[in-house]
Ligand binder design. Structure first.
Ligand code: UT7
Length: 324
């Protein structure tokens, strides 16, 4: 018998305000055509002025709990992947804990930028498998609109706000790769690539939160290679190959990166959950958002093998193989 962290419920929340590409044409030398062909993005959601990351995360958490048929009382802890916290501290996790009315358990944040949800899932899996928790809420939530430079057309058109949440619970499997739950994870990072994607401020330097800076084309060249390699590594750990995958649920940064990675993995595009056109790049929120869309529209079914992969600032990247 093997202890596994199994998906019990999924949900998401997107802020009301939808911004189509055409809205940027008034203030920037850009076009709907350029944004669509270079990135696949058609629109994104932006949070209202009085809406913060913890608000988005709380709404996604409630949706996931409803989907699971559970209440906050049933949850032992909350792990939030975010790079856009409400405050430098306390964690968004503890803010969500209080907004859900939870006075028990624990909560903390994980920061691995766009790979954050992969890192949070891997952490949650380790806690459950080690017996430290029975049920965890794992959330990716971001308000990247707060760190965008609206004069920089090479970055501000690419990102959006949103949150997705997954309820994981302990279950017993027979130890094979046919078990439901998280089967394998692979985490990697290399700090030498820092300047490819970073924020130019922080408490320890400028005393400001800073704005996002990205050398997009350099990062693009790293992405497909590193993503397909980490996906293969995760699958190989449990004797699986990319041909076994039912659904790739990738980080949604760029349709060309998603398609290039799927091609390298020999997985056809009709086996990839795509939300980049509707949500833009929501950093750590993009994988749970896509997972929620795919489960709720009925494409992802119990027993399906899901492979999620992501890369972002750090650089940090990784993959999770999960049987739904
Ligand atoms: O989630 C974290 C991970 N992030 C990523 O993985 C993002 C990775 N990178 C990318 O997705 C792509 O590199 C971008 C979408 C950011 C850019 O696409 P690209 O095909 O790599 O374009 P580029 O950066 O090489 O720029 C091509 C041209 C440049 O003009 P010149 O130098 O050729 O005259 C840019 O100045 O496009 C120009 N450009 C724009 N033109 C119109 C850059 N941004 C825009 C814009 N509208 N918004």
């Amino acid at each position: 018998m093997t202890r596994r962290a199994v998906a019990r419920g999924i949900g998401h929340y997107l802020p009301e305000r939808i911004v189509p590409n055409s809205e940027f044409e008034a203030s920037l030398d850009t076009s709907d055509e350029w944004i669509k062909t270079r990135s696949g993005i058609e629109q994104r959601h932006f949070a209202a002025e009085d809406e913060s990351t913890s608000d988005l995360a709380t709404k996604a958490a409630r949706a996931a709990l409803d989907h699971a048929g559970l209440s906050p009382d049933d949850i032992d802890g909350i792990i939030i992947a975010t790079s856009t916290p409400d405050l430098t501290f306390p964690s968004v996790g503890t803010m969500v804990q209080s907004k859900l009315g939870m006075t028990h358990g624990f909560a903390f944040d994980v920061q691995a930028v766009c790979a954050g949800f992969i890192y949070a899932l891997s952490t949650a899996n380790a806690l459950i498998v080690a017996g430290q928790a029975e049920r965890l809420l794992v959330i990716g939530a971001e308000t990247f609109s707060r760190i965008l430079d609206w004069q920089d057309r090479s970055t501000c058109v690419l990102f959006g706000d949103g949150a997705g949440a997954l309820v994981l619970e302990a279950a017993t499997g027979d130890g094979t790769n046919a078990d439901r739950g998280i089967l394998a994870t692979d985490l990697q990072s290399d700090g030498r690539y820092r300047d490819m994607l970073y924020v130019d401020g922080g408490v320890g330097t400028t005393g400001t939160s800073g704005k996002l800076r990205m050398q997009g084309n350099l990062l693009f060249r790293q992405a497909v290679e590193k993503l397909s390699q980490t996906a293969d590594t995760a699958l190989a750990k449990v004797g699986l190959a990319s041909t076994d995958v039912d659904w790739i649920v990738p980080h949604q940064a760029n349709i060309r990166i998603i398609a290039g990675t799927a091609r390298k993995m020999n997985v056809p595009m009709d086996r990839v959950i795509l939300t980049v056109q509707d949500h833009g790049n929501t950093s750590a929120a993009s994988i749970p958002l896509a997972l929620s869309v795919g489960v709720r529209d009925g494409r992802i079914k119990p027993g399906d093998l899901i492979l999620s992969e992501a890369i972002g600032g750090g650089l940090a990247w990784g993959a999770v193989a999960l049987r739904w």
